[in-house]
Each structure stands twice: as C-alpha cells, then as structure tokens.
Design a protein around this ligand. Structure first.
Ligand code: FMN
Length: 393
C-alpha cells in the first residue's frame, strides 16, 4: 500500500542520521518513491551520496540551487507523506514556530500531506520543557510523533532519546497512508519451513526463510487486521502481531488447529514438510548406527481438514511451491483441498521463492487467475490481501 506513494524523507543533523539510510532502504523495498531532503546539519553526520544512491531521486537540500525554482512547494504538494527521521530539537522547534529557514522546514510548511516526525536527541534535550511544548503543539496540529526509545545514547549515556526502530518509523508511515480495510478481520498467518527430527541434533527441513509469511503479517497489521503469526523461524516479528512458535509439522498442526476457528482468514505460507522420519531417535545416533536408508512417513495434511471444516466466515489460502506445471498443480491443490485462494510460485524462476526478498506468484481462485510480476515480498503480500478482500466481498 506504500507502493507507488511519494515519501519525502527529511533528515536533520543528529547522531541518528546514519539510521535514515536504513529507513530509506525499507521504504524503497516496499515500493515507495523516496525523495530525500537533507539539512546542512545532517551532512555533517552522513554523506549525501549514500542517500542519493539508495533513494528514488538525488538528495535535495537547497531552496536556491535546485533545478526547480520553487522546490519546497513542488515537494510539499506532491508528497503523499513527509517523514522526518531523525528530527532534531532544532527542526522540531523551527517547524512548530512556523519558520521556514531551509528546504526541509519550507517543505513541511508548504505541504498538506500527513507528517510523521521521529525525534532523536539526548534525554536532557528531549525532556526540556521547550522541546516538549513544541512536540505538543505539533501533535495538536495532527503531526504524528514517534517517541524516541530508551537506551544507549551517544557518549555512553543511557536514557530516552534514541531514534525509534526503523520498523516503528516505517510502520507509522504505513498507518497514515494505508486504508484500514482489514480492521474487522482476525488473520492467522503461518511462516517458515518445518523441521522434522531424525534425532535430537539432526533434522530434515526445506529452504523456506519465512520472509513471505512475515511480509503478509506485516501488511495485514498495517491494514488494521488482528494478526496471529505461527512461525518456525526466529525473525523479528511485525509490531502488533501475536506470535506463536512451532517447529515440526505436528507442532504447526496443533497450534493452528487450536486457534483456527477464531480466525476469519487463514493464510498457510509456511512450507510444511510432506514427510517426517518414521522413528526419530531419543538419543543422538552414532555414526555407526546411522542407517543409510532413512525411513520416512507422510506428515498429516491438516490443510485438507481446514478446507473441509471451513466455517462460513472463513477464507483459507494455501501456497504451492512448484518446479513444473505451476498452474495445473496449483489448480489441483485448490480443488482437492477446498481452498478459496492459492498462491503459486515457480521456485526455480530467478529471484523467486525461498530466501529471496522478491517473489513472482500466480493467484488462483474460482474467480480466475492473476499474475503478480516479480516484486518485493511486501508488495506481493498486499496483492494477496487484496485478493482475499475481493473474495470476501
Ligand atoms: C556530535 C553532535 C551530535 C548531535 N546530536 C544531536 C541529536 O541527536 N539531536 C539533536 O536534536 N541535536 C543534535 N545535535 C545538535 C544539532 O546538530 C544542531 O542543533 C544542529 O543545528 C541541527 O541542525 P539541523 O536541525 O538543521 O539538521 C548534535 C550536535 C553535535 C555536534
């Protein structure tokens, strides 16, 4: 949903300016058009080449030297959102006082777009009554303030003042941009590959990284859903999700089946093993006692149970990772398992599937097929959720 939106990324001159690089990267990954605007103070902390190279356009920083004779009104009027990360005490004070002394403050004043400010400064500065008054003034005008976090500050001090995490700052942008179209839904997403033990130290698994499932959870939270993420991988979960852990196909089944009926949408992005060792050992097997033939048995296919036992309010989404006959195999799975939607990808295609940050998928339902071309997993996540909302209409 952030995809295609024009984000003016303001960077002012504090130690945390280097973190703006990560914010820029995350916004770009999500398909935003990012225009970096740097104060002269911020250039003491990071080089503009870095941001120019990563963003959609080169850095802008002057009211007088840009190609555009009125850069601040163009930027302000074209922006879908303005994010300032980090926002210094100086920037906050100047903006609150309505003073347009540089390109960034002039752009803020020349815009009617939503504004998200992410302050970062020493605790004494943050707690100063003048700064707090300015923050309140801006909040009363509708500016979204992402409060700085507690932790280590420059110079070894500890206290509130650290720039909030990249994820919090980017999520705030999403919240102001993204429609709350999933606000009434409870969505369960599974992510990652299961691990099937051979003995206490060995297991068989697959190449799933969990990235697509996490991207779906992140997108669903941003669109207002209450999200439960059942995961086999240890990654930072999107803020606002309820996280439940599982390791094996059996674990995943019991966790999902125990809470499935409380969810309106179940999206099975996890790569659940089809086979598990028939007789996992309690003790580590000695090299000499390892058989050259590992006896496997099929895991229980609980997606069939979910499809067959589907409640009237439920939408069930399955995934099919294929290496051949993508459409045929996916269609077969859709029908056999009574699913509403299947997300199929050819994992042998370049930059697609396991571990990559990008994916190209075919969405299949009774309503027809749609191809989502190679895009970031987050963009693919939004297209999957769009398809779910269409099916539920
Ligand atoms: C080493 C150093 C670190 C600084 N860190 C911060 C900071 O984290 N937050 C802040 O508000 N000001 C900080 N300042 C003060 C700002 O750099 C100063 O107010 C500057 O005028 C801000 O310019 P700008 O807001 O135009 O970028 C720092 C100054 C120095 C010398």
């Amino acid at each position: 949903m952030i995809s295609g939106k024009k984000v003016v990324l303001g960077i002012s001159g504090g130690i945390a300016a280097y973190k703006a690089v990560d914010v820029c990267r995350r916004l770009m990954e999500q398909g935003a058009h990012v225009v970096p605007v740097m104060t002269s103070g911020s250039k003491k902390f990071i080089g503009e080449v870095t941001l120019s190279a990563l963003a959609s356009e080169p850095v802008k920083s002057s009211l007088w030297e840009e190609d555009d004779p009125i850069p601040h009104t163009t930027l302000g009027q074209e922006a879908d959102v303005i994010l300032v990360a980090p926002a210094t005490a100086r920037l906050i004070g100047t903006y609150a006082a309505g003073i347009s002394s540089d390109l960034l403050t002039a752009t803020l004043l020349a815009s009617r777009a939503p504004v998200v400010l992410c302050p970062a400064m020493h605790t004494e500065m943050w707690e100063h009554p003048a700064v707090q008054d300015n923050i309140r003034t801006l909040q009363n005008r509708g500016v979204v303030i992402i409060a700085p976090e507690d932790g280590k500050l420059a110079g070894g001090d500890i206290g509130q003042g650290r720039l909030a995490s990249t994820q919090s700052n980017v999520s705030a942008v999403e919240r102001v941009l993204v429609p709350n179209d999933l606000a009434d839904l409870k969505i369960l997403v599974t992510a990652g590959g299961t691990r099937e033990p051979i003995d206490p130290v060995r297991f068989i698994t697959n190449r799933s990284s969990g990235k697509q499932g996490y991207a779906i959870a992140e997108a669903a939270v941003a669109r207002g859903a209450a999200v439960t993420l059942v995961t086999t991988v240890d990654r930072e979960a999107p803020i606002g999700t309820q996280v439940l852990c599982a390791e094996t196909a059996d674990d995943l089944r019991s966790v999902v089946m125990s809470c499935a009926e409380n969810h309106d949408v179940i999206i099975m992005a996890a790569a659940v093993a089809d086979f598990q060792p028939a007789n996992p050992a309690d003790q580590k097997l000695k090299k000499t006692s390892l058989s050259s033939n590992l006896e496997l048995e099929p895991t229980y296919d609980f997606l069939v149970d979910l499809g067959e036992g589907k409640l009237p309010h439920q939408t069930i989404v399955g995934f099919a990772a294929e290496t051949e006959e993508l459409e045929k195999n996916a269609k077969d799975k859709l029908e056999r398992k009574n699913l509403d939607l299947i997300v199929a990808n050819d994992v042998t295609a370049p930059n697609t599937g396991f571990s990559y940050d990008t994916n190209e998928v075919l969405l299949l339902s009774d309503e027809g097929n749609t191809t989502v071309p190679l895009s970031s997993k987050r963009v693919v996540a939004d297209r999957i959720l769009d398809a779910v909302t269409e099916l539920r209409k």
